[in-house]
Write a protein that binds this ligand. Structure first.
Ligand SMILES: [Zn+2]
Length: 267
């Protein structure tokens, strides 16, 4: 998972985000869509994760979404539809390395579940935080035993992020979809990893997923396609490069800076 993050505060308020990365939550009120189609709709069902007992208690109330469904649809159509829905999901990005990685990860998921991961564009905020941009999940149907892997993109948070992307992060409107693409690939790295850990923030899993994101998504974008990075992805990439394209002290420092405070919460 991934969040919009600033360095100033670690609150859970919108636009001043923290670094919670809960990867197993009780998913409520989500709209599920299989690969190839992302649509925003009303909630249909509640899905629980495999080990809900280890999941932290849900927030008392769902954060009110300050956007209408029409606004969210318009935002999607104007900003994300082309790159995420048309190109990414169909492996037709102008970045072949990412198309290839997408295929590897989704094939890996299919080998476990028999189906493509569900890609969810949620018209709600994450249960625990209005700053969570995306999250990977794995749910088991307790009746049939089938496993469904999903990636959720939280559209209200992404819209909040978009509003302040330029003045807080220096992200231009043209670049913004790339930020969401990196987020989506990061979640796919989590989703395809067979050894799930349900801890609120699992530093080793975050470290692993961000390394893979650097190697397979960010590095090709920067080196082969000249695409700049900002915010969280820039901080991980810079640390990874500084450590010699592997993990070292710079990497560990950045990981703890972004995720350390939340790791304490699971005790
Ligand atoms: Zn993550």
């Amino acid at each position: 998972m991934r969040e919009a993050k600033t360095n100033q505060r670690r609150t859970l308020k919108p636009k001043k985000s923290s670094s919670i990365e809960p990867r197993h939550i009780i998913l409520t009120a989500l709209a599920l869509f299989m690969l190839g189609a992302i649509v925003l709709t009303a909630p249909k069902q509640q899905v629980t994760t495999e080990q809900p007992a280890r999941v932290p208690p849900a927030a008392p109330a769902t954060n009110a979404v300050p956007y209408t469904e029409a606004e969210m649809h318009r935002f999607w159509d104007e900003n994300l539809k082309q790159l995420i829905e048309v190109q990414w999901l169909n492996k037709k990005l102008p970045f072949q390395e990412i198309n290839d990685r997408f295929r590897v990860l989704t094939d890996s998921i299919k080998s476990i579940t028999g189906t493509n991961p569900a890609i969810i564009a949620s018209p709600y905020y994450h249960t625990h935080s209005t700053s969570v941009l995306g999250q990977a999940g794995r749910e088991t149907n307790r009746l049939t035993g089938t496993v469904q892997v999903s990636i959720t993109l939280y559209i209200p948070t992404i819209m909040d992020y978009h509003k302040h992307a330029l003045n807080k992060f220096g992200i231009s409107a043209g670049h913004f979809p790339i930020t969401v693409l990196v987020t989506a690939m990061h979640e796919l790295e989590h989703a395809a990893h067979p050894h799930e850990n349900v801890a609120m923030t699992d530093l080793s899993e975050e470290s692993r997923a961000w390394q893979e994101t650097c190697r397979h998504t960010i590095d090709p974008l920067v080196v082969n396609h000249g695409v700049p990075m900002f915010g969280t992805e820039a901080s991980f990439y810079k640390a990874w490069v500084n450590d010699g394209r592997r993990t070292g002290q710079a990497w560990t420092n950045n990981l703890y800076r972004l995720y350390g405070p939340l790791a304490i919460m699971k005790r």
